[in-house]
Design a protein around this ligand. Structure first.
Ligand code: FAD
Length: 499
C-alpha cells in the first residue's frame, strides 16, 4: 500500500484579514475574542469547526464549574463570573451557591448544598475548617450556548464569527505566524492576521509551527482520559443522595456495578435540575487527537447507555424507576492531548510553594488539594510558545506538566487564560509590538478593569484590599500535610493526584 501521498501545492484564496484570529470557540477561544474587543481590538475573527461556541462546556456537556472561591472570596471572576451573572435570571439555567453565600459554614446552607458535588467543601478543604459553601456552578449547556452567542452579538461590529470552519494549517513566514488555512463547505481558504490565538484545545495549530510541545504520556492523570457525556432524565437526585448516605456499602455498589455493566469508569453527577443527572466517564490512556481512540470512545459509550440505565432502575428504584435517556452530548469530551511546552511550564511546585510571577494573568482558586485549593498564580509565559512569534495558546493545552495540567485545564482556567490572551493580543496590536514583547503591566491593568483579581496589582488592591489580606492570613493554603511532604521530600507525583 502507498504510505505517502504528495499533495500538490496551489494558490489558496484569502477569505479575510484581521487584527486577531482566534481558532476554536470553546471556553478559552470565546473568552479571548470577547476580551480582545473589550480591550479595544477593532477586527477579530473567531473561527469554530462546529456550529456553536463553548466546546467541552456546551457541546461536551461538561456542565459543572468548580471551586471559584476560597474562604469568602471569589477569585475566578472576569468573564467566568459573567457567564453566571448573565444566566442567573434565566429560569432553570444555573444552580449553585450565590456569591453572597460563599464561605458560609451555617448548617442550614451547608445541608442545602452538600448533596451537590463540590458546592460545599469537604471539611479542611477550600480554606474551611468546617464544611463551608463554595462558589461552584452547574449550568444548562444549551442556555450557555445561547448566552455565548449573545456575548458575541453584542460586539458584532468587531467580531466576525466563522462557524463550520476548521483551522488546518498555520501560515508561516520563518518563525512568524501570519495566518491560518482553513477548510469549510466553501473549500480551502486563508485568513491572515497579526496575532493568531490557538484555542483548539489540542494544539491543532501550534504543533505545526515548530513550537515545542508534548503529548500526555502519563496514563494516571485525569487529563489522559477521553469521554462522551450523556444525561439521564426522569430521576430524583435528592432521593439518590439520600439513598447513598443511608445505605451501607451503597457507593461501592454503584462504582463496582457501573464498572461491570459499562466496562469502563463512569459515574453520575448532579446537574442544574433535580430530575436530570449527567454521566461523566474516563477512558484512561486515550488520546483525544487520535482517530482510533476517539472513535472507540464514541462507540463504547453509546453501546453501554441502555444497560447503564437498566442498572440504575434495578439498583436504585427509589430514584431511577422512571429514568430515561435524556440526551447524548453532540461532541466528544476532550480533556487533553498535545500540550504546549511554553516559556514557562507550571508544576506541582508552583502549587505547593505558591510561586509568584511578575507576569501573572490569573490568580485562581482551583481543585488542587495540595494547597487546600488556595489561589495559584498562572503566568503569561504558560500561554506563550517558545520559538514562534505572533501566537498565543490559552486553554486546556497550556504549558503545564502531567500533574499540574489536571488542575489547570478546567473551565475556569480556560476562560481565565483565554481572557488574558485576548487582552494581550489587543494590547500588542495597538502598540505595534509582538505578543512576546507586550507591555504586561498594561495587560494586567486592563484585566483588572475586566473584573479579574490579580495579586500585587495597585488597581486591584485599591479596589479590593481584603483579597491580599485573606491569602496572607491563610498563607495561600500552604502547609497542608501534602504540601509539607512535597516540600520536604519532593515525593512521587502520584500522591498529589486529584483522583
Ligand atoms: C468529560 C469531561 C469532564 C470534565 N469535567 C470538568 C468539570 O467538572 N469542571 C470543569 O471545570 N472542567 C471539566 N473538564 C475540563 C473542561 O471541560 C475543559 O478542559 C475545558 O472546557 C476546555 O476548554 P477549551 O476552550 O480549552 O477547549 P474546548 O472546550 O475543547 O474548545 C476548543 C474549541 O475549538 C474547536 N476546535 C478544535 N479544533 C479546531 C480546529 N482545528 N479549527 C476550528 N475549531 C476547532 C472545538 O470545536 C471547540 O469549540 C472536563 C472535561 C471533560 C472532557
Amino acid at each position: 500500500m502507498l504510505n505517502q501521498f504528495i499533495e500538490t501545492e496551489g494558490p489558496v484564496p484569502v477569505y479575510d484579514t484581521c487584527d486577531i484570529l482566534v481558532v476554536g470557540g470553546g471556553a478559552a477561544g470565546h473568552s479571548a475574542a470577547v476580551a480582545a474587543v473589550r480591550a479595544g481590538a477593532k477586527k477579530v475573527i473567531l473561527m469554530e469547526r462546529y456550529g456553536y461556541m463553548g466546546g467541552d462546556a456546551t457541546g461536551g456537556y461538561v456542565i459543572m464549574v468548580p471551586n471559584l472561591s476560597w474562604y469568602d472570596k471569589s477569585f475566578v471572576r472576569g468573564l467566568q463570573e459573567e457567564w453566571f451573572t448573565r444566566l442567573k435570571n434565566i429560569p432553570g439555567a444555573v444552580l449553585g451557591p450565590d456569591l453572597s453565600e460563599i464561605g458560609s459554614t451555617e448548617k442550614i446552607f451547608v445541608n442545602r448544598w452538600k448533596g451537590i458535588h463540590d458546592c460545599a467543601s469537604r471539611a479542611g478543604f477550600n480554606g474551611c475548617k468546617e464544611q463551608c459553601l463554595v462558589r461552584s456552578v452547574y449550568f444548562e449547556p444549551n442556555q450557555l450556548k445561547i448566552e455565548m452567542d449573545k456575548m458575541l452579538l453584542e460586539h458584532k461590529e468587531n467580531i466576525k464569527v466563522l462557524c463550520h470552519s476548521w483551522g488546518v494549517k498555520p501560515i508561516m513566514d520563518g518563525d512568524a505566524v501570519k495566518g491560518v488555512i482553513f477548510e469549510s463547505k466553501e473549500g480551502r481558504q486563508a485568513v491572515l492576521a497579526q496575532v493568531v490565538i490557538d484555542a483548539t484545545g489540542d494544539g491543532d495549530l501550534f504543533y505545526q509551527t515548530g513550537a515545542p510541545y508534548e503529548k500526555l504520556t502519563d496514563e494516571g492523570c485525569r487529563s489522559s482520559a477521553t469521554a462522551l457525556v450523556w444525561r439521564i432524565g426522569g430521576i430524583d437526585w435528592n432521593a439518590y443522595t439520600q439513598w447513598l448516605n443511608t445505605t451501607p456499602g451503597a457507593f461501592g455498589m454503584i462504582v463496582q456495578g457501573l464498572q461491570k455493566v459499562a466496562g469502563y469508569k463512569t459515574m453520575p453527577l448532579p446537574s442544574n435540575q433535580n430530575d436530570i443527572c449527567w454521566m461523566n466517564n474516563w477512558f484512561y490512556g486515550r488520546d483525544c487527537s487520535n482517530i482510533n481512540d476517539i472513535t472507540q470512545t464514541e462507540l463504547e459509550v453509546r453501546d453501554s447507555i441502555r444497560d447503564i440505565i437498566e442498572f440504575f432502575r434495578e439498583t436504585v428504584p427509589i430514584a431511577f424507576s422512571h429514568a430515561f435517556l435524556y440526551d447524548i452530548a453532540p461532541q466528544l469530551g476532550a480533556r487533553c492531548s498535545r500540550r504546549l511546552i511554553g516559556e514557562y511550564v507550571m508544576s506541582i511546585r508552583d502549587f505547593a510553594t505558591a510561586s509568584k510571577f511578575d507576569d501573572v494573568i490569573a490568580w485562581h482558586s482551583t481543585i488542587c488539594q495540595i494547597n487546600d485549593c488556595g489561589p495559584v498564580e498562572i503566568p503569561y509565559r504558560c500561554i506563550l510558545p517558545q520559538k514562534v512569534e505572533n501566537m498565543l495558546c490559552p486553554g486546556r493545552h497550556l504549558s503545564a506538566d502531567t500533574a499540574a495540567i489536571d488542575w489547570l485545564n478546567l473551565i475556569p482556567q480556560c476562560v481565565g487564560t483565554g481572557q488574558a490572551a485576548g487582552v494581550a493580543a489587543a494590547v500588542a496590536v495597538q502598540d505595534g509590538v509582538s505578543v512576546r514583547r507586550v507591555d504586561i503591566k498594561k495587560v494586567q491593568d486592563i484585566l483588572v478593569d475586566q473584573d479579574v483579581p490579580l495579586p500585587r496589582n495597585e488597581k486591584f488592591s485599591a479596589k479590593a484590599p481584603d483579597y491580599q489580606k485573606t491569602v496572607e492570613e491563610h498563607e495561600y493554603g500552604l502547609y497542608t500535610d501534602l504540601a509539607k511532604e512535597y516540600i520536604e521530600k519532593e515525593g512521587s507525583i502520584d500522591s498529589y493526584r486529584q483522583w
